[in-house]
Design a protein around this ligand. Structure first.
Ligand code: ACO
Ligand code: ZN
Length: 284
């Protein structure tokens, strides 16, 4: 039988105004029906509440004193911060976050039940506050060893290296937990592109560094150093064409092109996650 709600599952809102940015939406998100046909939805960039018009948002801002997301600031380095938000403790914020992110995520079911998740919100600080750039969610207990459920960079901040930062941060948490992690499947096209780029850059950098020691790393060694799951390491090495079969054994060999490309990429000025700036213990 057809789900009666399915009929309404077409892209509804076209534009959201958040902070200084007017953003075009990509996909359907189940905001209340009375908001669906507004020309622009106005969102408080700090608590993520939504309003039909600027007037209501301005009135809200006289009462909403937040200048950063709720939750604990578990990381701060330069102008970047991460806040950890428990879905059970901050239900309204986390539901608002899910509604907002669903506008840019097609393949995910939206969780109304935010209790089982932690949300890691990344912000960029200026004199007006800590502005929402992106986030990832993570199950408190994942039977599949997923370390990310959903991940998003707001469109106005995409292709600036923030997704890479979110991904790197998710693996830093896994390292502290002493676990190997992987993002929840299926990945979107953009998710796959970003993860592949991150996996291969990280693995190649590690292998180049390791060459200096003369000691070879196995797939499991790479997994343990990076907190990537061995299957992700294996697939990445296959994509790089770096697995060679010699004398009945596999060896990891990087081609000159791969090394040159990596060295060029490492010269790009990029924000990195600094593990020393992370102040966090797993809750379980
Ligand atoms: N085209 C080609 N390559 C891309 C693209 C793109 N549009 N976007 C990212 N990449 C690759 C590139 O290699 C890029 O590095 P480069 O810019 O140096 O070439 C690399 O990924 C990292 O790019 P970032 O700028 O760090 O990533 P961004 O901040 O744009 O965020 C993200 C990536 C989070 C996937 C973003 O595109 C997004 O939010 N998309 C919508 C939501 C989504 O699809 N999320 C993933 C769903 S899967 C899941 O949730 C587990
Ligand atoms: Zn607010």
């Amino acid at each position: 039988t057809q789900n009666p709600h399915e009929v309404a599952r077409v892209k509804n809102l076209n534009l959201v105004q958040i902070g200084k940015h007017e953003v075009e939406t990509w996909y359907f998100s189940p905001y209340p029906i009375e908001y669906a046909y507004l020309p622009v939805l106005h969102i408080c960039e700090f608590c993520l509440s939504y309003f039909p018009a600027v007037k209501q948002l301005s009135r809200h801002r006289t009462k909403c004193t937040l200048q950063h997301p709720p939750g604990n600031e578990i990381y701060r380095k330069d102008d970047i911060s991460f806040f950890e938000i428990d879905g059970r403790k901050q239900k309204v914020y986390c539901r608002n976050l899910c509604l907002l992110s669903k506008l840019f995520l097609d393949h995910k079911t939206l969780y109304y039940d935010v209790d089982p998740f932690l949300f890691y919100v990344m912000t960029l600080r200026d004199e007006d506050g800590a502005h929402f750039i992106g986030y990832f969610s993570k199950e408190k207990e994942s039977s599949e060893q997923y370390n990310v459920a959903c991940i998003l960079t707001m469109p106005q901040y995409q292709r600036m290296g923030f997704g890479r930062l979110l991904i790197a941060f998710s693996y830093e948490l896994s390292k502290v937990e002493k676990r190997l992690g992987s993002p929840e499947k299926p990945l979107s096209d953009l998710g796959l592109l970003s993860y592949r780029a991150f996996w291969s850059e990280t693995i190649v950098a590690l292998l180049i560094e390791q060459q200096k020691t003369g000691i070879e790393l196995s797939i499991d060694d790479i997994a343990n150093r990076t907190a990537f799951q061995p299957t992700d390491v294996l697939h990445t090495l296959q994509t790089l064409n770096a697995l060679k079969y010699y004398h009945g054994q596999y060896a990891i060999v990087l081609s000159d092109t791969v090394i040159k490309n990596a060295e060029r990429a490492m010269k790009k000025k990029r924000r990195e996650v600094d593990p020393k700036a992370l102040n966090w213990k797993p809750i379980h």
